[in-house]
Write a protein that binds this ligand. Sequence first.
Ligand SMILES: *Cc1c(COP(=O)(O)O)cnc(C)c1O
Length: 352
Amino acid sequence: MSKYWSSLVNQLQPYIPGEQPSMTNITKLNTNENPYGPSPLALSAMKSLLNQDLRLYPPPSAGHLKEAVARYYELNADQVFLGNGSDEVLAHIFNGLLKQSEPLLFPDISYSFYPVFCKLYDISFIKIPLTDDLSLDLNNYKRPNGGIIFPNPNAPTGRLLPLKAIEELLKENQHSVVVVDEAYIDFGGQSAVVLINKYANLVVVQTMSKARSLAGMRIGYALGSAELIEGLERVKNSFNSYPLGHLQIAAGIAAFEDKAHFDSTRQQVISSRDWLSDQLKTLGFNVLPSAANFLFVQHTHKSAEIIHEQLRDLGIIVRHFKQPRIEEFLRITVGTDVQNRQLVSALGGLLE
Ligand SMILES: *Cc1c(COP(=O)(O)O)cnc(C)c1O
């Protein structure tokens, strides 16, 4: 608290990201980064820009990246909105599209940034409980609302909804904006992008941080009708004209062009996920079915908090949420084969 802060700032409860430890000899399975680095084409595109031209402001609309994203998803460039990571894109969506007189709906167990944005922008919301097995049932969202947002696959559960269920919700809910946060969709889900030209109230949010392995560059985007995207551009141009620098724009374009790297690395993550899931089941964990690059697991008799601490002592960091309903779960990012084997052998020792 400070008397110099505004009353809003005094009331904020900021989002707490997973830690980024400074130690290097650590097995970091806590923030869902992709263990296989970015496309070499993205790296060389950035290197070629390290010169005096960085004195110039970047193009404010990052048009070339917009066109590359539009081409990839078979949309028009005016259906693409770009931001400094999808967290920034989400912030503008909350502010510009989801602040309405009726409350916003999102799951009780979900991306914990959503309630933080609601506080920041003074948006009323209702958390809709996941079912007992931590599934998202969109039938529970068919009620008066000023907007709906959920991740697909959901985080931190990893569970995936079929496209059919999302379309059914869109059919029933045409009066407010529906946002599908697809941070993990490229690890095995079917994207709702194909519904955009059919439903003018649908926004799909994606990021280059996870499947495209560029978390350090901060590139996110929203896809939707030109009407919704124009609203987001108005918010962005009232906030920061240049959210993406020259390096981000170049890295993004190159990463979208390098389909081979994208496909081979995500396939590797998917097959490692299936291997790790089997191993964890053998060790006595219940493992929720995951379509993401992480597993959400609960041990049959050992406390998640203790496992979390003991792994930490061995230099392996996973994520534990001290939150009702999920205190007994750990969220484990799928790593390289070496990291996954190290985790399994450490757990084997702890659980003996
Ligand atoms: C990682 C993540 C994001 C944010 O990604 P950035 O583009 O790195 O800001 C958004 N939503 C969900 C559900 C995520 O897991």
